[in-house]
Design a protein around this ligand. Structure first.
Ligand SMILES: C[S@@+](CC[C@H](N)C(=O)[O-])C[C@H]1O[C@@H](n2cnc3c(N)ncnc32)[C@H](O)[C@@H]1O
Length: 416
């Protein structure tokens, strides 16, 4: 067994192709590569351990935990993040998703679409839009005059919804919309000017066909070895919400990247996907802790570490936080060090173990594509490792040696 000094940024040597095929289900701003949690999970936990991400985003850390045979638990307050995380940690069989898509196709009866906001209508061919409205209605996502309740979506419909979020807009034939970026939703005004200037016509795409194609790609590596849990809530409520989950009795590792300081607006920049989920972008943005100044951010981190203190195992529990440096008014703030000094060091429960530097190539940092609104993210992320008691660090874990993907290799051959 080694010590925290043996933690090195070796995750950078794992190529993207190595990832489990569920990971790229849908892009998400501020996401980290799966190799990063994989490294920490392998080094710091054993099979069957519980790995929690209180800010799970697209569900990278909890999914990776499940792929690595741990119980992955992801929590997020963004509805889109909840759907993606839940689909990944508790997937139905590929066969049952296929069956559901085919049943929906058989029952399809084109609905009216006049009530759909003009900004959404301009993105889709009439045929495609009618199918989207039909699916919203079938999934109870706001087409029946009743507000959507994402928690009550079935396991299969959550998975189909997650597949759909991934193909709602993009630039190639696999996407449903007029040609536009996949990573985020451009502003309504920008898209409408672009469509007019370029004389674009929305392509006629069949949603059921595109879902089937996507299902094949996403299920390439089969279901992860282990099941996990998704929670739709505020990270500060985790002590109560985790208590309701039967097979989670104490957390062994928290691996997370908390919200940035004044960088991303998850609601506004995902208005198209949120339309499908029947969520208002500004309501989502008001709910999330993504626009804090430094003082409020440190207060928020204090509350987050208090939660970590409550839920982590008291002996050997580790909290690893990926925190990017930020530029403010020309000055670079080493935010990880601020959190270590101001938040973690004064706590009785925790010790600051290490702060490991991770340089992120410019083109990988999603916040960079925002031009002048990209805010203050820089190319340096740091992983702040805080721990309780003695920590065991595996020298040469099997999962890192083989770089293989544990998991039941269930494929789609049964209905190819
Ligand atoms: C940097 S992102 C995490 C991205 C994630 N690591 C991934 O790979 O997709 C931070 C997340 O914190 C979420 N968030 C913001 N405030 C929150 C809160 N109070 N409770 C729970 N989640 C919150 C945002 O919705 C966002 O998904």
């Amino acid at each position: 067994m080694g010590s925290l000094d043996d933690i090195r940024p070796e995750w950078r040597t794992l190529k993207r192709k190595w990832e489990h095929s569920f990971h790229p289900m849908c892009s998400y701003m501020g996401m980290f590569p799966a190799s990063l949690p994989h490294y920490f999970i392998q080094k710091l936990t054993d099979e069957g351990d519980v790995v929690l991400d209180p800010f799970s985003g697209r569900g990278t850390a909890p999914l990776q935990a499940c792929v690595d045979g741990r119980v992955g638990v992801g929590n997020d307050l963004n509805p889109m993040a909840y759907v993606l995380t839940r689909a990944k940690v508790d997937p139905p069989s590929a066969e049952s998703v296929h069956q559901r898509i085919e049943d929906l196709r058989l029952d399809y009866d084109p609905p009216e679409t006049e009530h759909v906001p003009e900004k959404v209508q301009m993105l889709y061919h009439d045929h495609t839009l009618a199918q989207l409205v039909y699916l919203k209605r079938e999934f109870g996502l706001g087409e029946n005059g009743i507000p959507a309740d994402l928690r009550s979506l079935s396991q299969i419909d959550t998975f189909v919804t997650a597949l759909l979020l991934g193909i709602m807009h993009g630039q190639s034939g696999q996407y449903l919309s007029v040609s536009m970026p996949n990573t985020f939703s451009m502003s309504e005004g920008y898209v409408s000017d672009y469509i007019e200037e370029e004389g674009l016509e929305p392509p006629r795409r069949d949603v059921f066909d595109k879902l089937e194609t996507r299902l094949h790609t996403i299920y390439h590596d089969g279901e992860p070895a282990q099941r996990g849990h998704a929670v739709f809530g505020d990270a500060r409520d985790l002590p109560e919400t985790l208590a309701d989950i039967d097979d989670v009795d104490g957390v062994d590792l928290i691996f997370t990247s908390p919200p940035y300081l004044k960088v991303l607006k998850y609601g506004l920049y995902n208005w198209i996907r949120l339309w499908f989920l029947d969520e208002e972008p500004d309501v989502v943005d008001d709910r999330l802790d993504d626009e804090l100044d430094l003082e409020a951010y440190l207060e928020f981190m204090t509350e987050t570490f208090a939660v970590a203190d409550e839920v982590l195992d008291s002996e050997g529990g580790v909290a690893a936080f990926v925190i990017g440096d930020v530029d403010q008014g020309g000055e670079t703030i080493n935010l990880a060090k601020e959190v270590a000094d101001e938040v973690v060091a004064p706590m009785d429960g925790f010790e600051v173990g290490r702060i490991v530097e991770d340089r992120v190539p410019d083109n990988e940092k999603v916040s960079r594509i925002w031009g002048e609104t990209k805010g203050e993210a820089t190319e340096i992320d740091r992983i702040l490792i805080a721990h309780r008691g003695h920590v065991e660090v595996a020298d040469d874990p099997d999962g890192l040696k083989t770089k293989s993907l544990p998991g039941r290799q269930q494929t789609l051959s049964s209905f190819d």
